[in-house]
Design a protein around this ligand. Structure first.
Ligand code: FHN
Length: 421
């Protein structure tokens, strides 16, 4: 039964939650973990692995049907000599990203961490350093929460080879390989933020022993957050390349949308289709307006250096967040607004209206619904006051964009009422 990703997503959404007790034991991280994650709103996704050496994205082995024996020979060329954990973490910080998620093992099965489970890993390359270990140490040093992405399917592990065929359960031998690797990730690098499963669509949660794997992680890392891609809902949903609609039943469920800056997760030398910075800022605001985090991806080059096109956009997002972060971090969705190119967030008694693509020098008349009495209105990035007057269940104001962000100009409305309730 070859399950494709979209159908797997639908299957997951339809899956009746397992018996309450088991689910709870298996599906929820502590409240403190849930709230820091929800308040963080913006993370860096890193797809880095052996595939980077071919510079054609992370699915190159599958797409080009490279035989495992040939693919495995490539470990002799893996040497990201310019890899610098401090540079990666500092870039995420400068971008305003509050956590990081790195591929510890992608579908190719190449382990980016020190492991006793296989020789198909980074310690057996000319590079010969524990990249995950160095990144984890730097994240601890800079107090940056770190998630490990972990692919269940593994194109190069002989124990999984049998399970590549449709309708084939996953061998106990391979489940034990996964257990060993998860145990290493949960014990070798101090406190981790969580596990980001992926690549589970070819088998059911039962065939992956997902409950067992999640219980293993919770036992070793009680504060860890775990995503929904082992086929068990766990702590957070993960729409991909879209913000998607939040199902009614998931009103309070944690949600994180992952997106690429260009069209590839892994480094692809010829992929120049980079989203403009304005679109990335608007995606972050729309995500927050939908009570969703944005996990924005970079695919480092084989040297270990993150390409300039990614760096420029991330630094520009950081510059915008330096002035407007209050309207993103620790916010909740604001009341609905009438304007197409906009969204709203709220924090306490303040309501933030995000206006997209409002040209500098252009005028705008706004009518904004506000709960309670509006006491002050101003442009968040520089505090410039906005004159306003009452209209039916809200206020109206007229303004000219005085050089504020055209990507997303945030107007703050301070009121006497909690805007998040
Ligand atoms: O196949 C992977 C893909 O390479 C990438 O890792 C994304 C990131 O969420 N997940 C899978 C596709 O859904």
């Amino acid at each position: 039964m070859q399950i494709n990703r979209r159908r797997f997503g639908q299957a997951l959404a339809a899956a009746p939650l397992l018996g309450a007790a088991q689910a709870n034991a298996a599906t929820s991280a502590p409240a403190a973990s849930r709230s820091w994650f929800r308040d963080a709103r913006f993370g860096m996704f890193i797809h880095f692995g052996l595939y980077a050496t071919l510079q054609r994205g992370e699915w190159v082995m599958y797409q080009e049907q490279i035989p495992p024996a040939d693919y495995q020979k490539m470990i002799a060329n893996f040497n990201p000599s310019q890899f610098d954990a401090r540079a990666w973490v500092s870039l995420a910080k400068a971008a305003g990203q509050r956590y990081m998620t790195i591929t510890s093992k992608h579908h190719e099965g190449f382990c980016m961490f020190r492991t006793a489970s296989s020789n198909f890993g980074i310690m057996h390359t000319p590079f010969g350093r524990d990249l995950i270990g160095e990144l984890a140490a730097e994240c601890h040093r800079q107090e940056m929460p770190l998630f490990f992405y972990f692919s269940l399917m593994d194109w190069n592990n002989p124990a999984y080879r049998e399970s590549l065929k449709p309708k084939t359960p996953v061998s106990r031998e391979f489940i034990d390989v996964i257990r060993t690797q998860l145990r290493e990730l949960c014990t070798q690098y101090g406190k981790i933020a969580g596990i980001w499963f992926d690549g589970g669509w070819d088998h059911t949660p039962e065939q992956w022993h997902s409950e067992e794997l999640i219980a293993l992680i919770r036992g070793l890392q009680p504060d860890a957050l775990i995503n929904d891609r082992a086929g068990v809902p766990a702590d957070f949903s993960t729409p991909e390349q879209e913000l998607g609609q939040r199902p009614e039943k998931d009103k309070d469920r944690l949600r994180e949308a992952c997106m690429t800056i260009n069209d590839n997760w892994g480094y692809a030398r010829t992929d120049g289709r980079f989203k403009p910075t304005s679109e990335l800022i608007q995606l972050l605001a729309l995500a927050a307006g939908g009570d969703c985090n944005l996990l924005l991806n970079v695919g480092p080059q084989p040297t270990g250096v993150i390409q300039q096109a990614f760096v420029e956009r991330l630094l520009a997002m950081g510059a915008w967040l330096n002035k407007n972060g209050k309207a993103i971090y620790s916010t909740r969705p604001g009341a609905g607004v009438y304007y197409t190119a906009s969204t709203s967030t709220a924090r306490g008694n303040t309501f933030y209206l995000h206006l997209f693509n409002w040209p500098s020098g252009a005028g705008l008349r706004l009518e904004v619904p506000a709960k309670g009495k509006v006491q002050r209105a101003y442009a968040l990035e520089d505090g410039a006051e906005f004159p306003f007057g009452p209209v039916r269940d809200g206020i109206s104001t007229t303004a000219i964009n005085k050089g504020w962000s055209e990507s997303d100009c945030v107007i703050a409305f301070e009121t006497d009422t909690d805007q998040t309730a």
